[in-house]
Design a protein around this ligand. Structure first.
Ligand code: OSB
Ligand code: MG
Length: 385
């Protein structure tokens, strides 16, 4: 299958942006405890360690949050590998007066490392939007809207615990529930949720726990009316997902395997998925995320915004991204308090009575980074420029 390309200069607003005179760049590693441990098929996290990038131009600062974990259990990138790539390779290409396409072109010269790139690119975009005095979504030419909410429920110790978490999510009016699955905690667990909630918009995420040999087993999920199965096969696979999608009715969705527009085109042309999870922090930043969204939209593939249980900084980028018209499915955008008792930004993300999230007001990402809270959770700070 061949698909429709997107225009070369997309997203159309970005070419006019110029990199400002930068006075300081800081890399700050923070560690925030989670309210409850979060388990996926490959690992359990009890806290969020994140590398923050703060780029200042005089009084104004832009912030980026690197979505890499301290470990390589979701993606090969780690907070330390990103710190290294940012310091040694990404920051040296930043030149004041450079326009944004030039910056992106220079970044392409550095292979992979999309989480490291996203942290810097997003901080720059936040800074430029703040200099211009506009909200980030507006700089991309998007209209404000209420953002749909979604919850990602980690693997629990028992089916009863899972059902309690699902009931909580329904009470709070989340628009969609995602449950993590792995081998041995799958069919029976999905059946229990489906039997209790016949009309719930429900999906599962396996984080790569299965192999193509499990195709028949995974097809047992077809009878539960799931919106999608996210990343059933290996974190790096696109090809075997295309075989699996042919043998299963439920739409597949790719997460870990998509790092760029090229990956998305490969997946869509091969028929590896019918839905794409876009994490701006996994694909090199907001601009590539918008390009993937536009491409998928043009080719009839719905997209949604994934999350990496980010602090309020990354969460704000995910919210702005979802103003792009391509985002028609609720994402993993949930309330701050689901993850953190205290966060490093204000205001926190909350749901209104219909389960919607509002875009934080103000220029750039809209939220205010509370420096005293950053200091409270800080493990390491380095002035890179
Ligand atoms: O696969 O989407 C995933 C969290 C950490 C690593 C991988 C994933 C997740 C989530 C949580 O599902 C999404 C969120 O609430 O931010
Ligand atoms: Mg996922």
């Amino acid at each position: 299958m061949s698909t429709q390309p997107i225009p070369d200069n997309s997203p159309s607003m970005l070419p006019t942006m110029i990199i400002p005179q930068i006075t300081k760049i800081e890399a700050i590693t923070v560690n925030l405890p989670f309210v409850t441990p979060f388990s996926i098929s490959s690992y359990t996290w009890t806290c969020k360690e994140a590398l923050l990038i703060k780029i200042s131009a005089g009084e104004l600062s832009g912030w980026g949050e690197c979505v890499a974990d301290p470990d390589p259990f979701y993606s090969p990138e780690t907070t330390v590998s990103c710190h290294h790539i940012i310091k040694e390779f990404i920051l040296p290409v930043l030149k004041p007066g450079m326009d944004f396409p030039e910056f992106e072109k220079e970044m392409k010269h550095i292979r992979g490392n999309m989480m490291a790139k996203a942290a810097v690119e997003n901080a720059l975009l936040d800074l430029i939007a703040k200099i211009e005095g506009v909200p980030l979504y507006k700089m991309f030419g998007f209209e404000p809207k209420k953002i749909m909410s979604g919850i990602s429920i980690g693997i629990k110790g028992s089916i009863d615990e899972l059902l309690t978490a699902v009931q909580d999510a329904i009470d709070k009016k989340y628009h969609r529930v995602k449950m993590k699955i792995k081998k041995g905690k799958d069919i029976e667990w999905v059946e229990a949720v489906r039997n209790s909630y016949p009309t719930l918009q429900l999906m599962v995420d396996a984080n790569g726990d299965y192999a193509i040999e499990d195709a028949k087993h995974l097809a047992k999920l077809d009878k539960y009316g799931l919106t999608m199965i996210e990343q059933p096969l290996s974190y790096s696979d696109i090809y075997f997902h295309s075989k699996l999608q042919k043998s299963i009715e439920t739409p597949l969705c790719l997460d870990e395997s998509i790092h760029s527009l090229e990956d998305a085109i490969t997946a869509v042309e091969l028929g590896s998925c019918r839905i794409v999870n876009i994490k701006e922090g996994r694909v090199g930043g907001m601009a590539e995320a918008v390009r993937i969204a536009e491409y998928c939209h043009k080719n009839g593939i719905p997209v949604w915004s994934g999350g990496m249980d980010e602090t309020g900084i990354g969460r704000a980028f995910n919210i702005h991204l979802q103003t792009a018209p391509a985002f028609t499915i609720p994402g993993d955008t949930s309330e701050t308090k689901l993850y953190f008792k205290e966060d490093i930004v204000t205001p926190p993300v909350t749901l209104d009575q219909d389960g919607y999230i509002s875009i934080p007001e103000g220029s750039g990402i809209g939220v205010k980074v509370e420096e005293d809270m950053v200091k409270k959770f800080e493990m390491k700070r380095e002035e890179m420029v």
